[in-house]
Write a protein of this length. Sequence first.
Length: 246
Amino acid sequence: MYWNTADEIMEKNPDLAIIPVGSIEQHGPHLPVMTDWAVATELGKRVAQKTGAFLLPTLPVSTCREHMGKKGAVWMEPTTFYQMMTDIILSLKTQGFKKVAILQCHGGIFVMTPLVRDLNAKHNPDLMVALIDSCVFFQTLYQEGILETNTELHAGETETSMILAVAPETVHMDRAVDFVPKVPRPYLSYGSIFRASPTGVWGEPSKASAEKGEQIFARSAELAVEEMNKAFSYMEAKEKFNYSDF
Ligand SMILES: [Zn+2]
């Protein structure tokens, strides 16, 4: 964990590192701009506790141009993010970490797929990088009855519940308004979220509660561990294919 000393980390000698990734961006009229960072921080701690991994502090800034239109969003170029993550992960490899799990808690980081693919193609089997996207769990949480809605892309039932669980003093439920846009998600490449949703909400925050938030964190942490174990087992089982370890 990032609150341990270097000697404590040396003694424990984990081969897995976890990098939670958030974003700073608008989350409707009722949630703080730190929402994705706060979610990634809480989920990261829970996943690290279950796995004994070395947990890095959550990276607050990634890519979120789809939230342009109001003040309070911070982004970098996708190529900068790609290079920054490559540098961070290769610094971990130099120190003997064999596995890195990226815990992505913001949907709009589209450069993540080539980043993970390239790192594995270049560094397998010495380094394995798994991408865990917490937004993918929303569907499972809905099927399992933890969520009442499956309309969420942003600031809906799920994210509002999670912030109610970890930072209730920052949530303004009296300002929460449900809104499900008529256009599909890929339209965020044609115009900012405010074109699709005047309030910047994509989902149903009125269904949120702190109790649900706790359930979402608990189940998402289990699903994250399952998913990363599956990904690492798959990569570990590979044999060389002609010239390729990938
Ligand atoms: Zn979010």
